[in-house]
Design a protein around this ligand. Structure first.
Ligand code: ZN
Length: 213
């Protein structure tokens, strides 16, 4: 289980279906369609219950007043039919303070793409639907957090069943747990991906290379 990144976009200009299709095409062409949840006609034929959709889809609501993360001005605009609200079906984990997991540089790049390409748009970002308006300044602040913390708070947050973690002989840093077995805990180094297995019963440490021989 994990938190997926949620991205919504408000465009003050009403976007036509054709414009939304074109935006979807362009963002998939820029980043690769694998970065977004797109259901093309072949996939739709294979799984008829999944509707065909693009990277961007229009978000509809009977009552915009219920959308807590929208500003009063945007709620008012949408209620009066001014502008278009879009979902961007980004495929990947969320990254934020307290959940340092997703690919932040890619997320920030995608959000900047949206800001540049959809004129005067407001971008909303969060994890698993829990969204908030996300400005470029907030993006810089989060990037700063990323530079100094990386994914380490998430990686180090794993349980420590295996007792004290071994030190990587190359990086001289504590290794992190990444897997378990009945009598083993697996550790890997975040700096060089060196992997070892530690036996729970004896504490013996076996490097992956020796295990694979
Ligand atoms: Zn290392």
């Amino acid at each position: 289980m994990g938190l997926d990144a949620t991205i919504y976009v408000y465009s003050p200009k009403i976007l036509t279906e054709r414009e939304i299709t074109r935006l979807s095409y362009e963002i998939c062409e820029c980043y690769g369609h694998g970065e977004f949840m797109v259901n093309n006609p072949t996939e739709q034929k294979k799984r008829p219950t999944w509707p065909a959709h693009h990277a961007f889809t229009t978000l509809e609501s009977q009552d915009w007043g219920d959308w807590d993360f929208l500003s009063d001005e945007i709620k008012k605009n949408l209620t009066h039919g001014v502008g278009t609200m879009l979902t961007l079906h980004y495929f990947g984990r969320y990254y934020g303070v307290g959940y340092e997991r997703g690919d932040l540089p890619k997320i920030l790049s995608v959000l900047n793409w949206v800001r540049l390409r959809i004129h005067n748009s407001t971008v909303f970002y969060g994890g698993d639907g829990d969204c908030a308006e996300f400005t470029e300044d907030e993006g810089h602040e989060l990037f700063n957090h990323f530079v100094f913390k990386g994914h380490r708070p998430y990686l180090e947050g794993w349980a420590h069943e295996g007792g004290e973690s071994p030190e990587c002989p190359m990086c001289k840093e504590q290794m992190g747990e990444y897997g378990w077995g009945p009598d083993e805990t697996r550790f890997q180094c975040f700096g060089c991906e060196y992997r070892v297995m530690k036996k729970k019963s004896t504490g013996e440490i076996v490097p992956e290379a020796e295990r694979l021989l």
